[in-house]
Ligand binder design. Sequence first.
Ligand SMILES: O=P(O)(O)OC[C@@H](O)[C@@H](O)c1c[nH]c2ccccc12
Length: 261
Amino acid sequence: MNILDKIIVDKKREVILKKSIIPVSQLEASVFFAKETISLSQNLRNSNSGIIAEHKRRSPSKSVINHGFTVEEVVKGYESAGACGISVLTDGKYFGGSLDDLLLARASVNIPLLRKEFIVDEYQILEAKAHGADLILLIAAVLTREEIKLLSEFAKSLGLEVLLEVHNQEELEKSIMPTLDMIGVNNRNLKTFEVSLDFSKQLAAQIPDEFVKVSESGISSIEAIQELKPYGYKGFLIGENFMKTDNAGKAATEFIKQLAL
Ligand SMILES: O=P(O)(O)OC[C@@H](O)[C@@H](O)c1c[nH]c2ccccc12
């Protein structure tokens, strides 16, 4: 079994357990259910930098270690750097994240927050909303077209935006539907961990214009972004490059400053 399949098996079990102890009514009682969400897709359309900065402690492909900084320090740093939005990894087992991280991020910043998670069930979308997320990620590699449709419709009904992640043409063709806001091409193959910006370049032309294009993973230089922009990318999701430094906010600040030059 590849790592992605393993993550999904674990995730489905986790969701069943969580459902059995925290009822939906408790999630719906969160103050964030009454709060309007903020649009990442609009921010990206209006931005020159397009940076979505990620809070990521570690990953199965690399034990990225965040140097003991708090979620608050990291996300406030990202916000003041001028990031368009922040992605918060909430998977515990493989990425060392949690829903608490999302909540702490929500309490610290006012820019759009993505719940970065392996979503397989509507319940996780309710959790995302209850912990202050503005948008969710759906990963085409682990969902059927029908699941993408139901989950994205559900997210939209809660006012959340949807970033759909693909890695190849087949996943893209299967997924295109009006309930998506942004389409992200993951430069990292989640099954083999191979990383190449060529994945973004190859798929760009097939993504219809009504979706904001996002390039995800393996972006570590200004040049990479300059290479990707002519393909129509408006968003750039960056984790490791910032989190591996001893000050993620400062690294993001310098990066975004250089981009503007
Ligand atoms: O740390 P990087 O290489 O900059 O990548 C960030 C982000 O794209 C990556 O964490 C990611 C993209 N899609 C995912 C799906 C699940 C978990 C993580 C991810």
